[in-house]
Write a protein that binds this ligand. Structure first.
Ligand SMILES: *[C@@H]1O[C@H](CO)[C@@H](O)[C@H](O)[C@H]1NC(C)=O
Length: 96
């Protein structure tokens, strides 16, 4: 009985260690991907605002006198079909 439960706990520990390793390697990998995305877009944002109820990308761009091209360029991660109240959008910045 005692032998059996120690075997079981070894197995359990092994499974725990393996899953921890898996979690760590997944985290390291997603950090690499994140850094690659950050490095590829050389956008610097100097000013952000929170989206208010009913606002669209076009309205925000017009309000801050930005062309939609500039707006899209400084907001590469925003999907204008999916913006939501309180989302941060960049309204001043530059792309190198
Ligand atoms: C933005 O979101 C819409 C709706 O979910 C989707 O159809 C569209 O493909 C998305 N566009 C981009 C550029 O991700």
């Amino acid at each position: 009985m005692a032998k059996r439960s120690s075997k079981l706990s070894i197995f359990f520990n092994l499974a725990l260690v393996l899953s921890l390793l898996l979690i760590i390697s997944t985290m390291a990998e997603s950090r690499l991907i994140f850094n690659a995305i950050k490095a590829s877009s050389k956008v610097s944002c100097d000013s952000v605002i929170g989206v208010k109820s009913g606002e669209t990308c076009t309205e925000i761009a017009a309000k801050f006198k930005l062309s939609t091209t500039v707006f899209d360029a400084i907001n590469p991660n925003i999907n204008c079909s999916k913006i939501f109240v309180g989302q941060w959008v960049c309204i001043d910045g530059s792309v190198n």
